[in-house]
Design a protein around this ligand. Structure first.
Ligand SMILES: [Zn+2]
Length: 291
């Protein structure tokens, strides 16, 4: 959480990076398990089959095929479907964090959860209309909306498009999109590459959103903390958690250790004031104020 407060872009990119790595690893393990199971069963069948009648032998082979199908189709299917559901919750959590952070920064009187519509629509309206940021509505946003439809089909219709409210939309999407298809029974079939591409799409989307988020930060003001105890004058962005608009982390602390100076409109002005205190000047290493 600390990382999220100071470097939200980095925290988001790390979380998405971990998800990518997780999928790669589990897919590898599944592939290895499938191979092991195949070798074991083949050895066993070869040893046992000779003792069996033709009917018994065919029953054993059927069991063998079922087992293989589990490793090659069923388990990857469960993994990838739940992966997309997890990705969706990461998306929602990240958007919620940005909305809450904008609410604190700009004193927006209502929470994003009070708006109408699904979570994504609410976040879009909140971030663009109330937060004043440029909300990315390009290709990554279009793709993300398709992932949401897929996610809803997985969660509300066990991943089967038949009878799902957006069946036609999903069928159209799957007919054009690589890495996702619908089997003869109506089940969505996701490939590993499709899931990895979904992470990359989210990464692109958040990079764009954070460009806008950080762009707004550059119009922020600055404060200086003159510390009389350890003899330092440190410059912060006013919205740094340590600065808290010149209230610091202990708003009720008395003036025994030091005092806040500011706000200042430019970094230069803040630095001049800091130098004028006569204390050694530094910039906060957490908010890293820039002009
Ligand atoms: Zn700071």
């Amino acid at each position: 959480m600390l990382l999220k407060n100071f470097w939200p872009r980095l925290a988001t990119s790390q979380e998405l990076g971990s998800l990518k790595e997780y999928l790669e690893k589990i897919e590898t393990y599944l592939g290895e398990a499938r191979e092991m199971a195949r070798e074991e069963l083949e050895d066993w069948l070869n040893a046992e089959a000779a003792k069996l009648s033709p009917t018994e032998r065919s029953d054993f082979y059927e069991f063998f095929v079922d087992k293989q199908w589990q490793y090659s189709e069923v388990f990857p299917g469960i993994l990838r479907n739940s992966f997309l559901v997890t990705l969706h919750s990461v998306l929602e959590n990240e958007l919620a964090w940005i909305c809450d952070s904008l609410r604190r920064k700009k004193d927006i009187p209502i929470s994003w959860s009070k708006l109408k519509g699904n979570a994504l629509e609410r976040a879009k309206v909140y971030i663009s209309k109330l937060g004043g940021l440029d909300f990315p509505t390009g290709q990554s946003w279009v793709e993300i909306n398709s992932y949401i439809t897929i996610r809803n089909c997985i969660v509300h219709n066990v991943g089967n498009v038949r009878g799902f409210s957006k069946e036609k939309e999903l069928r159209d999407y799957c007919s054009k999109q690589a890495g996702i298809s619908i089997d003869t029974e109506g089940n969505l079939v996701l490939s590993k590459d499709f899931c990895l591409q979904a992470v990359s799409t989210l990464q692109e989307f958040f990079e764009e959103l954070y460009d806008s988020y950080e762009g707004k930060q550059s119009t922020m003001t600055y404060h200086v903390y003159e510390n009389w105890t350890v003899h330092k004058a440190r410059v912060h962005f006013s919205d740094c958690s340590f600065c808290n608009d010149g209230k610091g982390i202990h708003p009720n602390a008395g003036p025994n250790n030091g005092r806040w100076l500011g706000p200042f409109a430019t970094l230069d002005e803040a630095l001049q004031v800091a130098q004028a205190t006569g204390e050694p000047v530094s910039k906060c290493k957490f908010c890293r104020p820039q002009g």
